[in-house]
Ligand binder design. Sequence first.
Ligand code: 5RP
Length: 224
Amino acid sequence: MRASQDELKRQVAAAALENLAPRLSPGCVVGVGTGSTTNHFIDLLGGVGGQFGAAVSSSVASAERLTGHGIEVIDLNEADSLVAYVDGADEVALDNALIKGGGGAHTREKIVAAAADHFICIVDESKLVDTLGTFPLPVEVIPMARGSVARRLRELGGDPRHRADFITDNGNDVIDVHGLLLNDPAAWEALINNIPGVVENGIFAANRPQTVLVGSPSGVTLRE
Ligand code: 5RP
């Protein structure tokens, strides 16, 4: 029987824990992302609680799941270092640049990922693409700038759509930009972040994962 997408997410989460295990030591801090793939990882991390000290979370939702497993969640400002950051993605390009933010948590995700010694990205094979941009690019914006940012994104060739009934953990809005072909992700990341009112966009190119684990029906493969 063919594995379901959720089963692939669980498999790749288990592979992430295996990859992470040699980096763990009592007292160390692990960075944790957001989303359904990461939820599997959190559930598995709950089983090895004695092997690390605490977690830094990229969202309120993940923090609640972590504490539900008895894992101490600390503020990023309290952590001297993070041994690794583990998180999913919405798209992964051939050079391991990512689109993230389907769950609207990409700003905190980017902060925690950048603070970690190692970024492990976990995806099922449906997330692999040649070029980023089929998945609408999430852009977190200060609410008063939603209109002006949208106009600029339209000038850049995108089709910006306000994510209705959604507020980020930071109290901001999200615009999902359709129709951008992000063939130079690092340039697009900087360009969009330079629009006044943009808090952060979901391209992870300046800081991309060192390890990508991909779940497929034939097993988990590793890209570095
Ligand atoms: C949340 C994210 C998630 O990592 C991304 O949306 C993937 O989610 P899932 O694991 O549920 O497919 O960036 O902001």
